[in-house]
Write a protein that binds this ligand. Structure first.
Ligand code: GDP
Ligand code: GDP
Length: 437
């Protein structure tokens, strides 16, 4: 199970600088699609062979003055509920502020590990200034300079020491893990109830223990599956429920621990930035996808044209990944609920698909011969052979070429499309690599 670390702190203490430094340890997927700027607030960090996710809470604050501080305070609350460890960043240049004291009070009450981090200690002479943070009651501050990287290695060592290994739950590897995700009020709880019935006993809701078991196994309508983090979805927190940040933190946990994400959209609202943010989390984690356009009962004019328009709009926003199912359903009337589970299972099977090398070459080589990669600088590019790599997270194909560096992205996409045309990989991200033979 993945670990989640949240960076909290006032504006300008250096949260995003620290975030960038931590996540630089791993190549970030940069996307220039509109609405992806918040991508920068979620990333992965690798240190000493361990990996965890990092969230910069600064990215989700609404910039309106009167509710600003309150909003950040709520985010700190969410962080203490949803993260596995909190990095509380303070600024040595400004010293302790009232707000720091407020936040420290919240953090002192939590059972989570909290690391107090004094930033902007750019040279060792400045570390004496950090001593005043001791009075926040969160132990000795760890001195760093996010800007230069000073002290961040020690910080990471300490962080891994404090970060308990999340319990590795034994799940049956052959049974799909589905996560139901989507923005607040999209209908997540409703569809889960539709899947499993209103049986309150299925999910034991004991405060504080919800995180201990993230998977619940069900056998319904002839399908055997795990639902990820159902308890979390059912346990709603009135203070924070409507915060986008809350839904993001929830989504990260569910998405990271699933095979297939069932992304709930609200038919009455269309697709908005919040939906896109969750979609991007799904993509960043290479998870398979089923889109459910929920509340279909509320749409009056349900003709094919309306359906097509909806579908096109969704795929256009999510391009270039377009090969995924979209189901128009209603959690309320239970219309097509069975179809959603059936499709999620199919998508899971596609994810596990392995195409034999002989068959793959039989189909792909003639296609490549008919439409070879463009020659570059008079050099002829030849793809001789391809195969699917064994034991990968998602289906991954390698094409061996004499001059792989000259094969353009566009051609790689062409190969991907041809694979998708010939085999059912609906709903699954795939990798297509071109390598030197
Ligand atoms: P955030 O609002 O908490 O995300 O803060 P930023 O990461 O945007 O940083 C705010 C300002 O502090 C920027 O001008 C940074 O360049 C600066 N800053 C961040 N870390 C350090 C540091 O370690 N030392 C110094 N001197 N400045 C820093
Ligand atoms: P969540 O926040 O994503 O878990 O959303 P909920 O399941 O709590 O649903 C939010 C609201 O939308 C509730 O009032 C539900 O009754 C309503 N709702 C959910 N699904 C449907 C649906 O398919 N049709 C209609 N008409 N209402 C729905």
């Amino acid at each position: 199970m993945a670990n989640l670390v949240a960076i909290v702190g006032r504006p300008n203490v250096g949260k995003s600088t620290l975030f960038n430094r931590l996540t630089q340890t791993r190549h970030a997927i940069v996307s220039d699609t509109a609405g992806t700027t918040r991508d920068r607030q979620y990333g992965k960090c690798q240190w000493n062979g361990r990996e965890f996710s990092v969230v910069d809470t600064g990215g989700w604050v609404v910039k309106s003055d009167d509710i600003f501080e309150d909003a950040i305070r709520k985010q700190v609350l969410v962080a203490t509920e949803e993260a596995d460890l909190v990095l509380f960043l303070v600024d040595t240049e400004t010293g302790v502020t009232d707000w720091d004291e407020d936040v420290a009070m919240i953090l002192r009450r939590t059972k989570l590990p909290v690391l107090l981090v004094a930033n902007k200690v750019d040279n060792s002479g400045e570390s004496y200034q950090a001593a005043e943070f001791y009075k926040l009651g969160l132990g000795d501050p760890v001195c760093i300079s996010a800007a230069t990287g000073g002290g961040t290695g020690d910080l990471l060592d300490l962080l891994l020491e404090r970060l308990k290994d999340a319990p590795d739950e034994t799940v049956d590897q052959d049974i799909p893990r589905f996560a139901v995700v989507g923005r607040p009020n999209a209908g997540k709880s409703s569809i889960i109830n539709a899947f499993i019935g209103e049986d309150r006993n299925i999910v034991t809701e004991i405060a504080g223990t919800t995180r201990d078991s993230i998977y619940t196994r069900y056998n319904k309508f002839g399908f055997d599956f795990y639902l990820v983090d159902t308890a979390g979805i059912r346990r709603k927190n009135k203070v924070t429920e409507d915060l986008e940040f809350y839904s993001v933190m929830r989504s990260i946990r569910s998405i990271e621990n699933s095979d297939v994400c069932i992304l709930m959209l609200d038919a009455t609202r269309g697709i908005e930035a919040q939906d896109m943010n969750i979609f991007q989390l799904i993509q960043r984690n290479n998870k398979s996808l089923v889109v459910v356009v929920n509340k279909w009962d509320l749409v009056e004019d349900k003709n094919q044209k309306v359906i097509d328009t909806f579908e096109n709009a969704i795929r256009k926003r999510m391009a270039p990944f377009v090969d995924f199912p979209i189901i128009f359903a209603s959690a309320l009337t239970k219309q097509r609920i069975f179809k959603v589970l059936e499709t999620a299972k199919e998508v899971y099977q596609n994810r596990k698909r392995h195409i034999g090398t002989t068959k793959l070459n039989e189909v792909m080589l003639p296609i490549i011969e008919a439409t070879p990669p463009q020659s570059v600088k008079g050099k002829y590019i030849k793809i001789k052979y391809c195969s699917q790599l064994p034991n990968t997270q998602i289906p991954s194909f390698v094409f061996y070429a004499n001059l792989p560096q000259y094969v353009k992205e566009q051609y790689r996409r062409f190969l991907e499309n041809k694979i998708r045309e010939n085999w059912n990989l609906h709903g699954c991200p795939i990798n297509v690599f071109v390598r030197q033979k």
